[in-house]
Structures are given as C-alpha cells and as structure tokens.
Design a protein around this ligand. Structure first.
Ligand code: TXA
Ligand code: MG
Length: 322
C-alpha cells in the first residue's frame, strides 16, 4: 500500500522518517515529482531502480536543502558557486566531481566519479530534506521511459503499491525537469534543457556548449548522461511535431489558438505563454494518451527560454521507440 501524505508538518515528518528508514517516498518539487530515497543507503537506492524499472547505468540527482550541504559532497568551482547563488533553490542541477569523502552510495551515481546535485525550491521539499538530514536521491517519480509526473495522482497512477508514500504538495509549478549542466570539463555543457533557461545561465556564467543534436544523442550524449535516451517521456500514442494541420482521427496538443478540425484538444496555453505551457505539458500528454485517437499532433512551439526544454521533451516523446 502506498500512503498519500499531505505536505503539512505531520506529513513531512512521516515522510522524513520513512526516508531515514530506507523506504521510498515520492515528493513534489517545483519541476516534477521526485521518487526519493536516502542516497547514502545503497539498498534504498537500488529500490528506486526497481520501482521505476530504470536501467542501473542511469545516474540519479541528489537533492539537498542548501548549497553548503551539496558542496560538502561535491567540489564546486567558480561557475558552480555563481550559479548556486543565483539559481538555488530552483530548477538547476549541477554535475560536479564527487569528493573522496562523499557518503552517497556509488549506485546513485551509477559508479561515475561525478555527482548531480540540486536544491529544489518547493517549501515542503526543502523541509523534507532538512528533516531527513541525508542527501535524497530522486529521479522523476514515474516508471522508466514514461511521462514525468506533475501531480501526486500521476505518481500514484504509475507507482502505487511500489513505494511507501507520496507527499502531496499539489501540482508542480514549473512542470518540466531541472536543467542539467555538466561543470566537470573545461567548458560547461548543457546535458538537459530544463526549468532554468539557457539564456539565464549564460547571462550568469557566459557561453555553455550546446547539447548534441538528437540525431546523434543516442551515440554520444546519452553516453555522457546516460539518462538522456532518445525515446523518453513517451506516451503510448505516436506523437507528430510541428503540426500545421490536424487529421480528424488525431488528438491535438495546442499552443495558442488551436488548429481547426481536431475532435480532442488539450490546450497548453491559449495565449501561447511558454511558462504556462511547460507547467501543463506532461498533464497534456497524459490527458491525450487515451485509446481512440490514432496519434497526437503537436502545434509548433518556439525553442527559446522554457521552449527549449518543452521542445526537448516533445522530441523525445516523438522519437522512434526503443
Ligand atoms: O527536475 C528534476 O531534475 C527531477 C526532480 C525530481 O528533481 N529529477 C529528475 O531526475 O528529472 P531524472 O533521474 O529523471 O533525471 C536526471 C538526469 C538524467 O538524465 C541523468 O542521466 C542525469 O540527470 N544525470 C544524473 N547524474 C549525472 C551525472 N553524474 N552525470 C551526468 N548526468 C547525470
Ligand atoms: Mg525522468
């Protein structure tokens, strides 16, 4: 049985004690719901991979209540300090070298000598991390390869019975995962576009190297960040991008005034607002992924600001299935 906990003081305390006991607890962040475990407990971390059906070569992000506790486990450089001061708490994940003394289970980092760290912004998540007083490893709280959850209902739809509890803090305000930035090499590399925009990051630390295009992602970028499989965030129905027309047997994911002719429409943002569209993206993909339509047609979305992350997730949803 999976318990739904309200994100009040009692629910947070219960969630923290479950985590400290090695149990799996999903919790809301500003990006998506995470599937948390005590990152220092290798058995608990292994249970994350089992619950998700996630390949063991895919490393997890460790969550901390503040930058000081994160930087006690990884070695920050100047760029990391600058970004932490500006973006944390918030939707930015930094990949940095592990310290020799880092207590995080090697399995959480898939055996790499780097670790991805993040300080989430949702107050109940921060309270949970403070009270747990351990680094919390947390991938998105969905079965591997499926659409990330932005509500506790989404979490329970995929993981009920597989995890101890879900801490319900309501819908996630940003709605796409954090930006993952690799700071371990000579130049910063954007491994995954996300809630912190490339433009804002570049304004803080200068140019970041563009992620490798999807066409070669499988061969190269996915080796550097193994979670970045080409087909990911995938609904059951085929997804068609940049649609300028819609067939009668297709469902439409609309952005701005909808194309005519669709029987089923999910509106990401009637005013074509990218932040609103990001917050609605995964709910929309889930809502349209029903038996009936032949596929999902997606209207064009500009690839600037949060649109970069939205297009990244949509391209994965549309990629040939593995
Ligand atoms: O918004 C988010 O980031 C959410 C919430 C729960 O924090 N978490 C999330 O985790 O999206 P996950 O596991 O679904 O995605 C983590 C990404 C994967 O693409 C993984 O390969 C990459 O970060 N990653 C983790 N550790 C890494 C490392 N040491 N080096 C390179 N990439 C890493
Ligand atoms: Mg994920």
């Amino acid at each position: 049985m999976t318990t739904r906990l309200t994100a009040d003081a009692a629910g947070i305390s219960r969630a923290a004690s479950l985590l400290r006991d090695g149990a799996l607890v999903a919790f809301g962040t500003e990006t998506v719901y995470g599937l948390g475990a005590d990152a220092t407990n290798a058995r608990a971390v292994a249970a994350i991979f089992d619950a998700k059906g996630r390949p063991h070569f895919n490393p997890l992000i460790c969550h901390y209540p503040d930058a000081d506790s994160a930087f006690a486990h990884v070695e920050p450089n100047d760029a990391a300090r600058t970004l932490a001061a500006q973006f944390w708490p918030g939707p930015l994940t930094l990949v940095l070298p592990r310290r020799i003394t880092c207590p995080v289970a090697l399995l959480a980092g898939a055996g790499l000598d780097t670790l991805a760290v993040r300080v989430p912004a949702t107050p109940s998540a921060l309270a949970l991390l403070r009270e747990t007083a351990r680094p919390v490893a947390a991938p998105s709280a969905n079965r591997s390869g499926q659409v990330s959850p932005t509500t506790a209902d989404h979490v329970l739809a995929g993981l009920a019975g597989r995890i101890a509890a879900a801490l319900d803090s309501g819908p996630c305000p940003i709605g796409v995962e954090s930006t993952v930035l690799d700071l371990t090499g000579p130049r910063p590399i954007l491994l995954r576009p996300g809630g912190a925009t490339r433009e804002a990051i570049e304004a803080a630390i200068g140019p970041v190297q563009a992620g490798i295009p999807h066409a070669v992602a499988q061969a190269s970028r996915s080796m550097r960040s193994p979670g970045l499989l080409v087909s990911h965030y995938a609904p059951t129905l085929p997804v068609r991008l940049d649609a300028t027309n819609v067939d009668p047997d297709e469902a439409l994911l609309a952005f701005g005034p909808p194309l005519p002719g669709a029987a089923t429409i999910f509106q990401l943002s009637p005013t074509a607002d990218l932040a609103e569209a990001a917050a609605n993206l995964f709910t929309g993909l889930r809502a349209l992924d029903t038996p009936g339509p032949r596929g999902i047609a997606v209207m064009p979305i500009p690839a600037t600001g949060l649109g970069l992350a939205i297009n990244d997730r949509l391209q994965r949803a549309a990629a040939p299935r593995q």
